[in-house]
Structures are given as structure tokens and as C-alpha cells.
Design a protein around this ligand. Structure first.
Ligand code: KE4
Length: 452
């Protein structure tokens, strides 16, 4: 095979052009054909199945910094970051070196270790409302446990959540607005029973009158309100100051606990979490993603008097074989310590502004309806004029155009989340050059879309 060194400049150009046009994904296709025989839908989580954009998922071989490399050797600028955890970029040396040091000490003991207390101290020190914390193995476990804790601590049954907010695959939260809108919910997945969904009420996000009128009706029966402080799961949606105040009002007036789901926003939008930007003081906060540095970790924490209800301190049951395991704790400690010392948030704010301004101006130039919501290093471009303030407005987006745009970006080596209703993430490993290349790729994608 002729090495690249022996080719003339024009031959190299042709090679690059051919690769770009061909954009070979054949090994991913082959891998997917095998995977669908082994795993339902060929994946271990539907979010990565490319269901919303068509085609088959791309199989990743390895990653470094902000770069993903798939099994066909294609290279991408990564804006998914494993759906949030990789805020330092992939394979950060502080994380990998910390793991290498611990690896030979044993991977799990099923007994307390110093690592758990060390990570607990870092989280408690970072988030003012968190006085105690319990580690679990996923964000879902964290929210599921937080809901059980809220019900156990208040003796109440009802839970309120918001349309377009996702808190993991917890039975009682896999619900859709019931026929009577804001009174009952109905299961939105087979396997979730009517009984489970009956105690969950769904409201519209940012709907202050809806929240207040529900509480006037049955506030004394409501154990907790669970919410994303900055939504990532209908695409990025920002909480209005009025809605933030209304949450605090019902917390103080009805004794309902606020469960602030910071699985995505924790250490993402600010070191002290989205609650520090909103001026919220939740009773319980859930964490995941970044606190594990890419290894499986979740956590829930909050007021000491509430957390002391958890077994064995109290009577609310929750347990887990691998909770607090040494490797995940180590990755989390290294990640959070690096964030604390590095403080990448001003840099991420600057990069986020450049990306949004660049892509929006490219869309405007081509008269493509596009708006964006961004908080720090998490954001979403919605294919519509906007504004997007809740699920109803988010759902107006042109998802077919999003899918077209997604693949045009993939073919230019830019890996965006595979759904209009997800957030994209920047990491400290992204550079201004990455942003410029991404804006240029968006410009090219928009040109192709309008000229097709
Ligand atoms: P996990 O169980 O996936 O660790 O966390 C559930 C969860 C809880 N709360 C919030 C706010 C979340 O965003 C999530 C999970 N986020 C999705 C992406 N939107 C994870 C991707 C996936 O499910 O594969």
C-alpha cells in the first residue's frame, strides 16, 4: 500500500476527499449486525441507538481528549462526552494515573473504604445544601432512592415531576400526563403498573400557575417535587426565576421536599451545581455522571435530618453491592479535585458562547430556523424559531431537519448527540480551533441543506 509520504500533494488531497465522501462505516455496520443478535436493539441503552436520526449507531474504538475514534478509523470532535461525565475530556492523565495507582489494590471489597469518605467530603464541601451523601451506582438509583427517602421522611405518597424532565428509568417516573392532565399520570412504558403511576403527577415545566393550583388542591399530600434545575432531557431548557421562586414557595408553605436532580448539571454548569446559579436550597440533591469521572457512580445527598432516615441510620431501605467501589470513587475524586483546582467554568462559558454564536449566525445566513438554549457547557440547538421553555415548545422542533443536520455533521467529523431532545456538552479539552471547525462544519451542513 503506497505510504502517504510517497504520494504527491494532489494525490493526498484526492485520498482525503475520497475518504470524506466514502466515509466508511462498514465495520460499525458489521459490529451492529452482530450486536442486535446479542443485545436488545444492539445497545445497552436506547439513548445511543440513533433511533431519532435513522441509520445505525457508530461503534467507538477509543477516545482521547476531545477526540472519538470509531472502529472504522474515523475521527470525531466529541460533543456527547458519554452524555455528560467527560467534562475533562477522555483519558485525562490525572484520572487515568489515579486509577492505575489503585487498580492493583483490589477492585471491590463490599466493605467501607477511605475513598468513599474522601469523595463524600468533596461533594459535601462543594454543594452547600448537601450535609450527608450516599453513593449508589447510577443516576437512576440515585433518583429512585431519593424518592423513597422523601416518601419515608414525610409519610406522604404523591410525587410531582415535569414533562420533558428525565430522571432515569424509575418506575414511578416513567409516566405520561394522565387523561385528567395535571391530576393523574399513566404509565408510559409496559411493565409500569397503574398503581405505581397513580401517585405521580406531571406538570409543565416553568408553569407557575399549574404548580401553585396543584398545591392549593393537594399540597399536604405531596412528598416531593423532583426536577432538573437546568433541563437536559428535552434538549436544554432553562428554569425561569419565577418558577424557581414558586418551587421554594411550595417547599416552605407545604413542607414538600425539593429533589434537585443534578445528575447532569452537577459539577457541569458550575462546581456547586445548577442550584448555586438558581439560588435554590433543595432538601435532597441527586448526582451522577461527572462525580464518577466516567465510571458507574450515582449519589443522593442533602439535609442531615432527612438523610439520617436511610438504613442503617434510619428505616428507609437502600443498598448496593458495588456502591462506593474503589475504582469509581477514585475516578470521581480525581475528576472533582481537578475541576476544583482547574476551575474550567469561565473557559467553558467562553467556548460555549463562541459555539452558539457561530452556529446561530451560520443558520441565520441560510435562513434556517434555529434557536439555542445554553447554560455554561451544556446546550441545545433547536430547529425552530423558539423560544423553547418547556416540553410543548420543544416538541415543535423540526426533528427531520435535525436528523439531516446530525448526519452531515457526522460526515464532517463532528459527533453531536443523536437526538433533538438531548443536550450537547463541552469539555475542558475542547479548543477554540475545535469550535471554529465545528462552526465551519455547521455552515457547510446548512449550505447543503438549503441547496439540496
Ligand atoms: P443514569 O441512570 O443513566 O446514570 O442516570 C439517569 C439520569 C437521571 N437524571 C438525569 C437528569 C439524567 O439526565 C439521567 C440520564 N441522562 C441520559 C441522557 N439524557 C443518559 C443517557 C442514557 O440513558 O443512555
Amino acid at each position: 500500500m503506497l505510504g502517504i509520504k510517497s504520494l504527491s500533494f494532489s494525490e493526498i488531497q484526492k485520498k482525503i476527499e475520497r475518504k470524506r465522501i466514502m466515509f466508511d462505516l462498514s465495520k460499525s455496520q458489521k459490529a451492529f449486525a452482530e450486536a442486535v443478535q446479542l443485545l436488545p436493539g444492539g445497545v445497552n441503552s436506547p439513548a445511543r441507538a440513533f433511533g431519532a436520526v435513522g441509520g445505525n449507531p457508530i461503534f467507538i474504538d477509543h477516545a482521547e481528549g476531545v477526540r472519538l475514534f470509531d472502529v472504522d478509523g474515523n475521527e470525531y470532535i466529541d460533543y456527547v462526552g458519554s452524555w455528560g461525565p467527560m467534562i475533562l475530556g477522555h483519558g485525562h492523565p490525572y484520572v487515568t494515573q489515579a486509577l492505575e495507582k489503585v487498580l492493583h489494590s483490589g477492585t471491590s471489597f463490599g466493605a467501607p473504604t477511605l475513598w468513599e469518605s474522601e469523595l463524600a467530603k468533596i461533594v459535601i464541601d462543594a454543594v452547600e445544601s448537601v450535609e450527608m451523601v450516599r453513593f449508589v451506582n447510577s443516576g437512576t438509583e440515585a433518583t429512585m432512592s431519593a424518592i423513597r427517602l422523601a416518601r419515608g421522611a414525610t409519610g406522604r405518597d404523591k410525587i410531582v415531576k415535569f414533562a420533558g424532565n428525565y430522571h432515569g428509568h424509575v418506575d414511578s417516573l416513567l409516566v405520561a400526563a394522565g387523561s385528567a392532565a395535571a391530576t393523574f399520570s399513566v404509565p408510559n412504558s409496559p411493565g409500569v403498573t397503574e398503581g405505581t403511576s397513580r401517585d405521580t403527577v406531571i406538570l409543565a415545566y416553568n408553569d407557575v400557575p399549574g404548580l401553585l393550583s396543584l398545591f392549593e388542591k393537594c399540597g399536604s399530600e405531596i412528598a416531593a417535587v423532583i426536577f432538573e434545575p437546568v433541563v437536559g432531557n428535552m434538549g436544554c431548557v432553562i428554569m425561569s426565576p419565577e418558577f424557581c421562586d414558586a418551587l421554594t414557595f411550595v417547599q416552605k408553605t407545604y413542607g414538600t421536599l425539593l429533589i434537585c436532580d443534578e445528575v447532569m448539571t452537577g459539577f457541569r454548569v458550575a462546581y456547586a451545581g445548577a442550584q448555586s446559579l438558581l439560588g435554590l436550597r433543595p432538601d435532597i440533591t441527586t448526582f451522577g455522571k461527572i462525580i464518577g469521572g466516567g465510571l458507574p457512580v450515582g449519589a443522593y445527598g442533602g439535609r442531615r435530618d432527612i438523610m439520617q432516615n436511610i438504613l442503617p441510620a434510619g428505616k428507609v431501605y437502600q443498598a448496593g453491592t458495588l456502591s462506593g467501589n474503589p475504582l469509581a470513587m477514585t475516578a470521581g475524586i480525581a475528576t472533582l479535585k481537578t475541576l476544583r483546582e482547574m476551575n474550567p467554568y469561565p473557559y467553558l462559558e467562553r467556548l460555549g458562547t463562541q459555539l452558539v454564536d457561530g452556529v446561530l449566525s451560520a443558520a441565520k445566513k441560510h435562513r434556517i430556523p434555529l434557536c439555542a438554549n445554553r447554560v455554561g457547557a451544556m446546550m441545545t440547538f433547536f430547529f425552530q424559531d423558539g423560544p423553547v421553555t418547556d416540553w410543548e415548545t420543544a416538541a415543535r422542533s423540526d426533528t427531520a431537519r435535525f436528523a439531516e443536520y446530525f448526519w452531515k455533521m457526522i460526515h464532517q467529523g463532528v459527533y453531536f448527540p443523536c437526538s433533538q431532545f438531548e443536550a450537547l456538552f463541552l469539555s475542558a479539552a475542547h479548543t477554540e480551533d475545535d469550535i471554529s471547525r465545528t462552526v465551519a462544519a455547521a455552515e457547510k451542513a446548512f449550505t447543503e441543506i438549503v441547496n439540496k
